[in-house]
Design a protein. Sequence first.
Length: 366
Amino acid sequence: MKIVLTVAVILFGLLLAYQAAAQDSDEEQEKRQQLRQLQKIQQLIGQLQHLEPERRIAAIKEIEKMPEAAPKLLFPVLKDSEASVRIAAAQALARKGGKSVLEPFMEALKDEEPQVRRIAADKLGKLGDERAVEPLMKLLKGDNPEVCRAAIEALVALRAERAIETLKKMWKGENNKSVRIAAAFAVAALTGDEGALKTVLEGLKDEEAATRAYAASVLGRTGSRKAIEPLVKALKDKDKEVRAAAGKSLGEIGKPAVEALIGVLRDKDKEVRLLAVQALAVTGDEKALDAFLKALQEKDEKIRQAASEGLAKIGRPAVGALIDLLKSKDIVVRFNAARALEKITGQDFGIDHDKWKAWHEENKDK
């Protein structure tokens, strides 16, 4: 009898606990889940100092996968004795951390490891808080070109007008070519100075590929139409990094570059055409519709993929033309058209032209 009574009491208690849990709101359950995860993170953080650097870095990657609150617990790791661990923590925080990383990253600008300073500078530019301007300007006096360029680009992102005079002096007097180009880019971007823009454009002709690549990478952010033709020429540069940077910048310039990029699609070089299609896809400009449709019929899968992405970005105006492509004799063309249609509409009728046509007729005015 006592055993039966005891079991009954236990079952009654479990029932009450179950009912209480069932009555908890989704929000409360989510909070408890996050609390459990944070406790796990705290345990990982506590173990970091006792692990080998490689294992500490692995733990940081695990922490990065956890809830948004988790990165804050990595702030102390930015002061780890091992540079590789600090770099890993900075990278994780740059990817996952929000505005809360502002002060830790301003402090990280003083780190002895250049890569930590570079990561911090880049992130501070993206945060858009002008409190970072003065700490970033201090990096302009450093002797590491990579860090200095990152600081300059961050100042441009922050539209730091009080840095202009310093940047002008660097443009005129800096010995390091890439830093001088970075300073010229900043002056051109912040003031529209044609002389500064000319310096950056001249960097596209430098004998060193790294310098040409850097000049190509920043020209898109000037937004200048004068950069379009030189960047189109750079799509044929002998160095792969220069070509890629030129394509990316043309995409950043956007609509003003569309006509020039459409012209590039006649080039005999498959890689040049690919870069042009990828840049056009970034713009998503409706003027490129016919160019995308033609590129969708290319043999190269990468070109077709880029064209599909461009058509998806154009959206509804591309639907009718894509449905017409479903009548192509080429099965690959039909499949690519169907894939683009699915991305745009959220519907899936495969390569069935009649079903797509019927759906379009019914929904084109909605």
